[in-house]
Write a protein that binds this ligand. Structure first.
Ligand code: KIV
Ligand code: ZN
Length: 392
C-alpha cells in the first residue's frame, strides 16, 4: 500500500505489537490469532502482528497471522538492525501483502543517551536499513522514534533520506506522549511542505497517551496531512497506552462534517473486539471508557433519562447498535426520575394506578439512597409489596 486517496484514512492496528508490549498484556498464539481474525474481519487495513526478532513465539505468531489473514496488510516490526529486518521479512513473506516496519530514534536525547550515535551516523543507518528492507519487499514503513522531540530540520533530513531509500510510509510517532494537538499538526505540515519528495510517501501518526492526548493528537496529525493512524483496541499499549482504535474510528465517523476522512473499519465489531482484547490481555475496560465502556451508553440522571425516553438524540451522539451494543440502558438509581421509573415498570410488566405509582416511586427513591445498585429484582419486590398493601 503506497498511497491513500485524499479522503481515506488507513487504520493500522498495533494491538498485537505495541499493545502487547504493555506490562502484563502478553498473549498466547491462539489468542493473537483470535484478535487478528476480528481485526481482519472488521476492515482494519494493516495489522502489525508482532516484532519477529523478539522471540520465536513472536516470529511464529507473525508467520501464522500472515498466512491466515485475508484482507489486511500484515506488518512486522524491526529495529534498524540487519538481522531484525531479515527476520521481519521472513515472517511477513507469508502474507498476501506484507510490510516491514523499521524504526530508529532521531531525537537528541535518544541519540546521546540510548544510541551513542551522531546525527550523520543515524542518517547513514536510515539509508542502509530502509534500502535493505526495500530489497526484501515493496511495502516499507519507516518510523522516526521520538519524532516529536526531534529538531524539525534534522527530522526533515531523516524523512527525506528514508523516502529516497524507498520507504513508502513515513511514521512520525509521539513516542512519549509529549505533543499537543496544534504542535503535532504543524509538524506534519512543516515536514510535508519542506521535504522535496514528501508526496512519494503516506504519512502516519502514532500517538501515546501519557497526557491523555493520543486521540486528539492523531486527529490533528490527519488534519496536518497524515493519512494513516496507528492505534490499538481499548488503547492498550506502553505506559498510558496508545490512541484507541474505537475512539479514532467513531470520532472520524461521528464528526465527518468537520473531519472529511473515512476509514474502512466497520464499527459494529468494536464492542466485540474490545471484549476480546480485554479478555485475552486481562486488562479490564474502565466503565466510563469512550465507545466501549460499560457506561458509554448508560444514563442514570432523571433529566437525561427523561430526554432519552422522548428522543435518543437528546443525550446520545452515536447509536449504540452502530458499535455493536444492543441498546441504550437507563440505569435505575437515586438520580432517576418518575418517567424512567414508570417506563421500567412497564418493561417489567406492571401498570400501577396513580396512588400506587406515587408510593412505589417514593419507596424506590428511599431504597436507591441506601443501596448502590438497584436491580430489576429489587424493583419487582418493592412493587409486589406495594400491590399487596394497596389490595388490603
Ligand atoms: O512509540 C513508538 O515510537 C513506537 C515505534 C516502534 C513506532 O512504537
Ligand atoms: Zn509506540
Amino acid at each position: 500500500m503506497s498511497a491513500a486517496s485524499h479522503d481515506q484514512v488507513v487504520i493500522f492496528d498495533t494491538t498485537l505489537r505495541d499493545g502487547e508490549q504493555s506490562p502484563g498484556a502478553s498473549m498466547t498464539l491462539e489468542e493473537k490469532l483470535q484478535v487478528a481474525e476480528i481485526l481482519d474481519t472488521m476492515g482494519v487495513d494493516i495489522i502489525e502482528a508482532g516484532f519477529p526478532i523478539a522471540s520465536n513465539g513472536d516470529f511464529e505468531a507473525v508467520c501464522e497471522i500472515a498466512k491466515r489473514s485475508k484482507n489486511a496488510v500484515i506488518a512486522g516490526l524491526a529495529r534498524a538492525i540487519p538481522a531484525d529486518i531479515d527476520r521481519a521479512g521472513e515472517a511477513v513473506k507469508h502474507a498476501n501483502r506484507g510490510r516491514i516496519h523499521t524504526f530508529v530514534s532521531t531525537s537528541p536525547i535518544h541519540l546521546r543517551h540510548q544510541m551513542n550515535k551522531s546525527e550523520e551516523e543515524v542518517l547513514d543507518i536510515i539509508k542502509a536499513t530502509v534500502t535493505q528492507a526495500r530489497n526484501l519487499i515493496d511495502d516499507v514503513e519507516w518510523s522516526a522514534m521520538d519524532a516529536t522531540r526531534t529538531p524539525i530540520d534534522y527530522l526533515c533530513r531523516c524523512v527525506e533520506a528514508a523516502i529516497e531509500a524507498g520507504a513508502t510510509t513515513i511514521n512520525l510517532p509521539d513516542t512519549v506522549g509529549y505533543a499537543v494537538p496544534h504542535e503535532y499538526r504543524e509538524m506534519f505540515e512543516q515536514i510535508r511542505g519542506t521535504v522535496p519528495n514528501a508526496d512519494k510517501a503516506v504519512f502516519s501518526v502514532h500517538c501515546h497517551d501519557d497526557l491523555g492526548l493520543a486521540v486528539a493528537n492523531s486527529l490533528a496529525g490527519v488534519a496536518g496531512g497524515a493519512r494513516q493512524i496507528e492505534c490499538t483496541i481499548n488503547g492498550l499499549g506502553e505506559r498510558a497506552g496508545n490512541a484507541a482504535l474505537e475512539e479514532v474510528v467513531m470520532a472520524l465517523r461521528t464528526r465527518n462534517d468537520v473531519m472529511p476522512y473515512d476509514s474502512k473499519v466497520d464499527p459494529v465489531y468494536l464492542t466485540r473486539a474490545s471484549k476480546l482484547v480485554s479478555a485475552v490481555s486481562s486488562f479490564p475496560v474502565q466503565y466510563n471508557k469512550a465507545i466501549v465502556g460499560k457506561n458509554a451508553f448508560a444514563h442514570e440522571s432523571g433529566i437525561h433519562q427523561d430526554g432519552m425516553l422522548k428522543n435518543a438524540e437528546t443525550y446520545e451522539i452515536m447509536r449504540p447498535e452502530d458499535v455493536g451494543v444492543r441498546a441504550t440502558s437507563l440505569v435505575m438509581g437515586k438520580h432517576s426520575g418518575r418517567h424512567a421509573f414508570k417506563d421500567k415498570l412497564a418493561e417489567l410488566g406492571y401498570q400501577l394506578g396513580d396512588n400506587a405509582l406515587q408510593e412505589a416511586f417514593r419507596r424506590f427513591k428511599e431504597l436507591a439512597d441506601r443501596k448502590k445498585n438497584v436491580y430489576d429484582e429489587d424493583i419487582e419486590a418493592l412493587v409486589e409489596d406495594e400491590i399487596a398493601i394497596q389490595g388490603e
